[in-house]
Design a binder for this molecule. Structure first.
Ligand code: UDP
Length: 238
């Protein structure tokens, strides 16, 4: 059997990745496909934490006429909907999960408790982290960096829809855009590459958390990344 190169990972799934071609809401066939991939990674013995985005429902900053904090809380609630859908899909195929929310909603999920999350991971449960960081003005990418640092994950896998790594310009606009195999965090900040917001990028940089950016559209990619195959763009310290 092929051996995974990581023992504990944080997988960041954007809301967009769960929306399928509709670009909005949840596509059940997509969530089922991604859940199968997560199961395959879990079956390799890897401890999996997942941070889910919410952009398929709401992005706080997009609605300028609203109070930003209120709009951001709506976005965080969107991530909880995604987390419950993912939990359901994973449990349907026999993967034991726990959802932990950064904003308490005890009737539907556990509150985020770091030591408890670590214990779940050690016991082989997939932990789905919802409601981002619990704070407005942040993103779920920042939440992924934060949770990765807190649970001492070895890597963040940033699964992107519609793109297979980090490019020097938009590959949809510029046909000669160049894909990076490796990058440093400072490169991302200096070049203004929009792969992650600067808060999330700085948090990863300061805490030396490696990041692999790859496409979610290609089935098997998550497993292949965990098995160490050279896919996507690898971001680490200089
Ligand atoms: N959000 C927030 N604080 C957080 C995480 C998320 O306020 O710690 C809000 C914010 O409005 C954001 C929305 O939730 O736009 C959805 O998250 P995000 O945009 O990161 O989702 P993704 O792009 O990954 O689908």
């Amino acid at each position: 059997m092929e051996e995974p190169i990581f023992k504990r990972i944080i997988l960041k799934l954007s809301g967009e990745a769960l929306a399928g071609d509709k670009g909005y809401g949840i596509d059940i066939s997509i969530i089922n496909r991604i859940s199968n991939e997560i199961k395959n990674v879990h079956d390799l013995g890897v401890e999996v934490g997942i941070v889910v985005g919410g952009g398929n429902f709401w992005r706080g900053r997009n609605v300028e006429s609203m109070d930003r904090a209120t709009s951001d809380y709506m976005g965080m609630l969107g991530t909880v909907i995604n987390a419950l859908a993912l939990q359901d899909a994973l449990e349907n195929i026999g993967v034991i999960t726990r959802v932990q929310t950064a904003i308490e909603m005890r009737q539907i999920a556990e509150p985020y408790i770091r030591r408890r999350a670590i214990r779940h991971l050690e016991k082989g449960r997939v932990v789905i982290f919802a409601a981002g960081s619990g704070n407005p003005y942040f993103s779920t990418d920042t939440a992924a960096a934060l949770r990765a640092a807190e649970v001492e994950a070895e890597v963040i896998l940033l699964a992107k829809k519609g793109v297979d790594g980090v490019y020097d310009s938009d590959p949809y606009i510029n046909s000669s855009a160049k894909k990076f195999d490796t990058l440093s965090y400072i490169d991302i900040l200096n070049m203004g590459l929009g792969i992650m917001d600067s808060t999330a990028t700085s948090l990863c940089m300061d805490n030396k958390i490696p990041l692999i950016v790859f496409g979610i559209d290609e089935p098997k990619n998550i497993v292949d990344v965990v098995l160490g195959k050279k896919i996507g763009t690898h971001v680490k310290e200089d």
